[in-house]
Design a binder for this molecule. Structure first.
Ligand code: ZN
Length: 278
């Protein structure tokens, strides 16, 4: 099942078109994507013979547009740990991206003036079922779906003293959380824990990995996060980026006005983001 947020309406994507969930369900299911995750079990067992209608991808907004919690994971791939000169520990580093930074397909993101903004393609998990102290073996049952994300990061703010640095602020400028283009339910994948992920800057591949290379897998992340705080329907987890970011290159490379990112994940699709000057 592919579910999206089309101009503020919850839609099912099928046969090259979109079916409005609120209308096709006769009001039984929410039309508002913000309310859909509380009713995810019902949606999963729902079927419709409504006709899909064509849509523009540029009208796709963040699939989970109003999470109560956004978790983001640092250094979750060994090559990114190495380029960042950080030794992975027994627990994943966790920060937030404030929810106001979320955006969707074909977003134009303004680069903060005087900043150094970097890319981080990531697998993004959206929660579909309340869970506290979830065991890894049951974790996939709590996942509504997977989507593509960019954990855009302004490195000056992110790494500014005093210690500890300001990860959450540096990664939460407006538009710094592109997600999409849609949500794919875990049952759609042969193995949702092993997906090819890549990021292209102006068409040149800058990141390439498989999500099976994560230090902490999606089930392990859900177990560790939910051991502390309940995971709520509609919550978003950015699961960490592979090696190949701009800031650790020689010389460092950061995003400039007019540049384009394409972030792709096998079995999901391509999230496109472009950048503008302040
Ligand atoms: Zn990240």
């Amino acid at each position: 099942m592919r579910v999206a947020n089309l101009a503020g309406r919850a839609v099912l994507l099928t046969g090259g078109g979109a079916i409005d969930i609120g209308k096709a369900g006769g009001g039984r299911l929410p039309a508002d994507p913000r309310a859909l995750f509380e009713r995810w079990e019902e949606l999963r067992s729902w079927s419709t013979d409504a006709e899909p209608v064509p849509f523009e991808e540029a009208d796709l907004e963040a699939p989970a547009p109003a999470p109560r919690q956004v978790f983001a994971i640092g250094v979750n791939y060994r090559d990114h740990a190495e380029e960042s000169k950080i030794e992975p520990g027994s627990r994943p580093p966790v920060f937030t991206k404030f929810a106001s930074c979320l955006t969707g397909q074909d977003a134009v993101v303004t680069l903060p003036e005087g900043g150094l903004t970097d890319w981080e393609a990531e697998l993004v998990v959206v929660i579909g079922r309340y869970g506290y102290a979830v065991r890894a073996a049951e974790a996939w049952e709590h996942v509504a779906g997977l989507t593509v994300g960019q954990d855009l990061s302004e490195r000056i703010t992110q790494l500014s003293p005093p210690q500890p640095p300001q990860f959450s602020l540096g990664k939460s400028y407006p538009g710094f959380g592109p997600t999409g283009p849609w949500l794919v339910t875990p049952d759609e994948f042969d193995d949702p824990g092993d997906l090819e992920i890549a990021c292209y800057l102006n068409g040149e591949r800058v990141q390439h990995a498989r999500t099976s290379q994560m230090i902490f897998s999606v089930p392990e992340l859900i177990e560790k996060l939910s051991a502390v705080t309940p995971l709520l329907p509609g919550d978003v987890i950015f699961t960490g980026t592979p090696g190949g970011i701009g800031g650790t290159r020689t010389p460092p490379r950061f995003l400039a006005p007019g540049e384009r990112l394409h972030s792709t994940i096998e079995g999901i699709g391509t999230l496109r983001t472009t950048f503008a000057g302040a």
